[in-house]
Design a protein around this ligand. Sequence first.
Ligand code: ADP
Ligand code: ASP
Ligand code: MG
Length: 439
Amino acid sequence: MKVMKFGGTSVGKPERMHQIAELITAAKEPVIVVLSALSGTTNTLVEISNRLAASDKQSAIEKITTLENYYQNFIHDLLQDASILARANDMLNEHFEFLKITQKISLSDALNKDILAQGELMSTKLFSLFLEQAKIEHTLLPALDFMILDQNEEPDLALIQEKLNGLLENYPTINIFVTQGYICRNAKGEVDNLKRGGSDYTASLIAAALKASVCEIWTDIDGMHNNDPRVVDKTVAIEQLSFDEAAELAYFGAKILHPTCIWPAQQENIPVKLLNTMQPTALGTVIKKEAGSVGVKAVAAKDNIIAIKIKSSRMLLAYGFLRKIFEVFEKYKTPIDMITTSEVAVSVTIDSDIHLDEIITELNNIASVEVEQNQTIVSIVGNEIAKTDAVLNKLFQSINEIPVTMVSYGGSPHNISLLIPSEHKTKTLQLINKGLFDL
Ligand code: ADP
Ligand code: ASP
Ligand code: MG
């Protein structure tokens, strides 16, 4: 069994669905196809939800109508068989009726998640109808029947495995299964999701649950590049990354992968391949146990970081002081990304301001606190780069004009992270591209 996940741009046009059909039928083993929503759809659904939250019902309805027209055009391009087209039409009507009805109810968290789930529900049903028209035998597996979160809002891999295997047993002769990325159920049984970009996570969880031979992530670029191609002109694809390197890059901002999607595949030692739907013969990137080579592989940047400087001349070195600080972040379920300490101060960074006010209020009871917003973490990732000072020297020589506000070195042999004010991000990534990659 192998997993093939296709992202938003890979399903975003009718001709791309033709291409996906070719790729999945060429597979030499049974395949689970994980689909995202059509590109732009989840953004539009977020927008619809925001307008509903702001009681701006008129403009929410306008957004829904524009989206509906887009899907109507899409099915007319995709489907020629009259009876299948009629079923696609009925299916869309059902989903858009739901979206329109939400405008009459007040928005709860659960309803918001239901709205966000519509994209993947529609894309998979459309693709399934397209396969039916092409007479390609397959089964649609509802992700809401097996992708389950536990009480801590983390995927419950054991339960996912049990449910998924149970479902598959019903179809011993089927070789192509289609399912939704991103969407899941939480411990209360409500519709939920794996956060933005979460279809990659779905794919990796399914691969781990089924002990698949490979987890293929098909997207719009030929693999993980050495730098952010949206920011820097000259970037190149990386042939091989270790699980640890890929996890660091994903967590620290390489948008091609969901931040936490590597661990399930890593746990079962399943290779993850990043491939280009538009260029299927390109080599892509393979992510596996071995790093392949020593040295710098890539740099990534994560925006919207908040730095919190906690100062206490009296208590810092006292036993238990750090514990008290960490307990505040734990209480508000806010992970810390970077940390540095000195004799009298601790600086940490977080990427969420949801509980910032409460965290600051509580920290103020034990120390004095300064907050700096609009920061960016720049992470340099590679095999054993933090074991010698060669990379560190080159790095600081190449960015000597950038005001670095924090450095994290030695936490992992694969990562050197810097904190900079966000306005310097583009320049920093360009300088690193020259200084460390010679590009
Ligand atoms: P999908 O819709 O297939 O999930 P995403 O938009 O989530 O695709 O991810 C692919 C995009 O990630 C690329 O188009 C590229 O702009 C962006 N990206 C950011 N950093 C990198 C990187 N280091 N290597 C490759 N792509 C990157
Ligand atoms: N459709 C979801 C999103 O846009 C999930 C994904 O594409 O991975 O975030
Ligand atoms: Mg993505």
